[in-house]
Design a protein around this ligand. Structure first.
Ligand code: HEM
Length: 325
């Protein structure tokens, strides 16, 4: 009898502890891949078909959506803040230095959001749609797939300043990149694996001009070819594009790391990952082992997707990804 009472008291205490931890302010909320399984079971298939048509129309879109997700997560957490348009009451992230004339894919997210809302009105956040779409972009270009933890809610506001101060610059050193990612809870290995996203997509001359004219740790023939699409004079040809992975920019593979070993990194920050510094051995490992890169990329994407999400009753489920309700 006494033992039964003790067990019962222990069970009550356990339930209380769980409830308290759920209610505790600042408690780390758990995202879950099955978050919408009862409320919007068609979510994943709707996002997938939206991404299939976007990538069919333009393969680079898989890369552009992946980058949108990174820029969302690094600025106030993965809260859909990057999707907010500037308005009379809000100066958001889209026109911040790293984003202006560069981020793309907003229309793709809008189109998916309206299809998701037609099936499950007011249920799925823009932040979650972006997380799933980024995974699908990777997979549709030949990369891995994984279950995306969900349950994020959307920010009601953001600032341009937050984007300017949180997003790493292509002129960064390895040490700067390591500390920028560490400040988001991501270690060196996560940083290198996530940088492997540059196996797809393109950069503008404005982002790689100084690399191809001033750096010495660059393959000479490669630098000459890139100079041909990128005039030396600042302001001329700034928007001219070159592939981030010179050999397979619409194929998600470990080619980015093989390029680094031959000094074919397009951005200064890319080549910093293999330049006699602290993460050379990780880049080398990924160059030789595509499976290790894939596995670590998945782990790091899930970690990045967990940066300070809004959950529970924080934030909102936006009706239009471009503006707060
Ligand atoms: C390590 C620090 C990083 C720096 C300094 C950086 C910088 C850049 C720059 C400068 C561009 C070209 C933008 C332009 O010229 O318009 C770019 C493109 C891109 N970045 Fe990063 N990036 C970093 C990490 C990441 C991460 C973590 C991801 C995703 C997981 C990512 C995904 C992409 C993709 C996919 C593109 C191509 C986008 C497109 O073609 O539209 N980057 N990045």
């Amino acid at each position: 009898m006494a033992a039964a009472l003790t067990r019962r008291a222990a069970a009550v205490a356990a339930v209380l502890a769980t409830v308290t931890s759920l209610l505790a302010p600042g408690a780390v909320a758990q995202l879950s891949p099955s978050f919408y399984s009862g409320s919007c079971s068609s979510l994943e298939s709707i996002v997938r078909s939206g991404m299939v048509s976007a990538v069919q129309q333009e393969p680079r879109m898989g890369a552009s959506i992946l980058r949108l997700f990174f820029h969302d997560c690094f600025v106030n957490g993965c809260d859909g803040s990057v999707l907010l348009d500037d308005s009379s009451t809000l100066t958001g992230e889209k026109n911040a230095g790293p984003n202006a004339n560069s981020l793309r894919g907003f229309e793709v997210i809008d189109a998916i959001k309206s299809r998701v809302d037609a099936a499950c009105p007011g249920t799925v956040s823009c932040a979650d749609i972006l997380a799933v779409a980024a995974r699908d972009g990777v997979n549709l270009l030949g990369g891995p797939s994984w279950g995306v933890p969900l349950g994020r809610r959307d920010a009601r506001t953001t600032t341009q300043a937050a984007a300017n101060s949180n997003l790493p610059s292509p002129s960064s050193s390895a040490a700067t990149l390591i500390s920028a990612f560490a400040s988001k809870g991501l270690d060196s290995r996560d940083m290198v694996a996530l940088s492997g996203a540059h196996t797809i997509g393109a950069a503008r001359c404005a982002s790689f001009r100084s690399r191809v004219y001033n750096d010495s740790n660059i393959n000479a023939g490669f630098a000459t070819r890139r100079r041909q699409v990128c005039p030396a004079q600042g302001g001329v040809g700034d928007g001219n594009l070159a592939p981030l992975d010179a050999f397979s920019s619409v194929r998600f593979d470990n080619g980015y790391f093989r390029n680094l070993l031959s000094r074919f990194g397009l951005l200064h920050s890319d080549q910093e990952l293999f330049n006699g510094g602290p993460v050379d051995s990780i880049a080398q490992q990924y160059a030789g082992n595509g499976g290790a890169f894939s596995a670590d990329f998945i782990t790091a994407m899930i970690k990045m997707g967990n940066i300070s999400p809004l959950t529970g009753s924080n934030g909102e489920i936006r009706n239009n990804c471009r503006k707060p309700n």
